[in-house]
Design a protein around this ligand. Sequence first.
Ligand SMILES: C[S@@+](CC[C@H](N)C(=O)[O-])C[C@H]1O[C@@H](n2cnc3c(N)ncnc32)[C@H](O)[C@@H]1O
Length: 347
Amino acid sequence: MSEEITQQEVDNFLKIFGGHILFQTLRAAVEFDLFTKLSVHKQLTLVQITELLNIQKQPARILLLGLVSSGILKKNPDNTYANSRAAEIALTSHSPRNVISYVKLQHHVMYKGMFHLFESIKEYKNVGLQEFEGEEPTLYQRLGHTPEVKQIFQDAMHELSVYANKDLANHIDLADSKFLVDIGGGDGTNIIELANKFQNLRAAVFDLPSVCPITQGKINQSNLTDRLSAIPGNCFEDEFPGDADCYLFSHFCTIWSEQKNKMLFRKAYDALPKNGKVIIFNMMQDNDETGPLSTALGSPYFLTIATGEGMLYTWNEYESWLREAGFSEIKTAKLPQDHGVIIGVKG
Ligand SMILES: C[S@@+](CC[C@H](N)C(=O)[O-])C[C@H]1O[C@@H](n2cnc3c(N)ncnc32)[C@H](O)[C@@H]1O
């Protein structure tokens, strides 16, 4: 084997080594709404960009160098700049698939907290939470102290969930379900999507009291107020809302430890009638624990910031926990964006 390190190996390493700098370059461009401006004008020169962004030429060159060398922007032979295909889809404000709120979340939440990853691994606790106001043990509770960050968090979750959750609605059959409760259902994106698809379904979000007003606001805009509701509560301290024949855990199990997930599945099992269902929906780690990359990037957030105890677990882990709680007829389906759905039935 050659001792020489290749340029490609160097470049791959530099992208990891300087990832924080590339991210802040991206975030700066998002703050300037540069990608939308480039989309509107198709291509712009350096001078035009300095005028549109109202910045000096040298900082503009630094910004553009970072964006071009990392492939987010293209520099044309005539020296104009243009969006890459990915930037056009993911970073322009008029694109329905943009992840601009998620870039803001990365900046305001992940970026700060992730400074403490080493200590969090060593101590097995969310040391990064110290970056957020309050004394509570989880990020979700502390967000109540900073309404602007809470809104960024909910907007980013909505952005991520809206397409993933459409896939969920297309991969589960709730024709026989009467009342679904979405545990930790956030702003209600899921239940709105599901109630639109299944016309006989009633559904509720069960989430922390600080979140329910946001959920209720979304429900009020949906024309589905007769079938949807927001129920405030804490899933560990309060009973699950009764009468449900289906409990959904969407992007929720990843937050908690193995023990707490097992406890939640047991609680769901006890509260469900015969033939009632539990549905788990989130990113799934491969059973051989080698990826996908999205799960490697997502897991440190749950350890360092969110709760200090969760991660993106494997398919096999969820399946074994469901069986242990008593569920059977377990079905699994792979969905786009490294997501998966696992359904268990109370026999
Ligand atoms: C990652 S978000 C997922 C939102 C939604 N389920 C989705 O798929 O987009 C996690 C949600 O769990 C809620 N949550 C956190 N701790 C909770 C608890 N103890 N009881 C109920 N909800 C909780 C948070 O407020 C937040 O809305």
